[in-house]
Design a protein around this ligand. Structure first.
Ligand code: V47
Ligand code: SF4
Length: 358
């Protein structure tokens, strides 16, 4: 069907386009620059079948309540220790002030930050509750599984209790951060203090069973290999088989500046192959997000023709990737997002936090 000169590749792509799950080894064999066009075409076909040529964006706003963190992940340029000159923690009033002074009519607020040594369930809950009281109709996407685990440990409550308390306070969904790469050896070298991949999956499974949807991420382009990437995707695919709770998968391109891991930026070819292969491997997850903050506007736009169907949103203020040297702007207008999408031939579709069309 694709007239590919290698029969095995032809077989894998035919399987993929017919929505059949491909194996780990088959996925790895697609990870070749020479296959970028073919693999991208198949991923685009899958995306069009799922979304009818629509590409989504959201008017959203990020809030990072603190950069003080008891962990010290070696790829993180954002975190600080308490007492550092540039450490910060926002008060509830400051958070609400940031939200109230936001000029756009945002539909989603994304709240993530560090593991603050003096905060417990009450502090993390108060943030969600106050935002919910002031913004009753906005989707609150808050706290990665890493923060959920931390809150549970410092407050001596199980994760079900923490998640239910947050949901009662107004939480809508969990963001997909903290997944990094599940492989234990790579994880040990990258972020020895962080929860394991199995714990990340357990927290997501619990959230999904409690009716809290989430996203999933994968941080790529540091010290991992292709096998680690595919193993990561397959574990997410397997959990999705059980719960159906993941809304979007977001490959996060590693940024090396100011980090202990160091290294290089990812290449455009790697970014596009990773988007395309994730679309092919994760056919049971509805959306693949091309996060323009990390990919840059041009690669994120091109990714919409390689399997991605969502550019994320206006963001307004971004600290995590910009601490690690991101060259993108921190905020983008709705008009600019729509234009990026229109130029690909896809249909710009404004969504809320749950991917309902607005
Ligand atoms: O978990 C940290 C990553 C994540 C670096 O769910 C880095 O909609 C690149 O999860 N280079 C947080 N990445 C961001 C995140 C996210 C972003 C946008 C949307 C959603 C969503 C989730 O940022 C962390 C970590 O994997 N990160 N340092 C770095 N140097
Ligand atoms: Fe802390 Fe998250 Fe940075 Fe790790 S990635 S040091 S957990 S803020």
């Amino acid at each position: 069907m694709f007239n590919h000169s290698i029969p095995q590749i032809e077989d894998i792509l035919t399987k993929a386009v017919n929505s059949k799950p491909i194996t780990r080894q088959q996925a790895i064999s697609l990870y070749k620059p020479s296959l970028l066009h073919t693999v991208g075409k198949v991923a685009d076909e899958i995306s069009n079948r799922l979304h009818n040529k629509r590409a989504f964006y959201v008017i959203n706003r990020h809030i990072n309540p603190t950069n003080i963190c008891v962990n010290r992940c070696k790829f993180c340029a954002y975190s600080r220790s308490k007492g550092d000159a540039d450490a910060f923690e926002l008060t509830i009033d400051e958070i609400l002030q940031k939200l109230r002074s936001t000029e756009v009519d945002f539909k989603e607020v994304h709240i993530v930050g560090g593991l603050h040594p003096d905060w417990g369930l009450r502090e993390y809950l108060d943030i969600v509750r106050s935002v919910r009281q002031s913004f009753p109709d906005v989707a609150i996407k808050a706290y990665s599984a890493v923060e959920i685990d931390y809150i549970s440990r410092v407050s001596n409550k199980d994760i079900r209790y923490v998640l239910m308390s947050l949901k009662d306070a107004g939480l809508s969904m969990l963001p997909g951060g903290g997944a990094e790469i599940f492989n234990p050896e790579v994880r040990q070298r990258l972020c020895p203090e962080k929860i394991s991949g199995d714990r990340w999956l357990e927290i997501m499974e619990t959230a999904h069973l409690l009716g809290i949807p989430s996203n999933a991420t994968m941080l790529y382009g540091h010290i991992e290999n292709l096998d680690d990437r595919i193993e990561h995707m397959v574990k997410i695919r397997e959990l999705q088989e059980k719960t159906g709770g993941f809304q979007a998968f977001i490959p996060l391109a590693y940024h090396p500046k100011n980090t202990e891991v160091g290294g290089k930026h990812t290449s455009g070819v790697d970014d596009l192959l990773t988007i395309a292969i994730s679309r092919i491997v994760l056919q049971n997850i509805p959306h693949i997000k091309a996060y323009w903050i990390m990919l840059g506007e041009k690669i994120a736009q091109t990714a919409l023709l390689f399997g991605a169907d969502d550019l994320d949103g206006t963001i307004i203020e971004e600290k995590i990737t910009h601490s690690a040297g991101a060259q993108t702007r921190e905020s983008i207008s709705e008009e600019a997002l729509k234009r990026l999408i229109q130029k690909t031939g896809k249909i710009p579709t404004k969504r809320d936090g749950f991917y309902n069309n607005i």
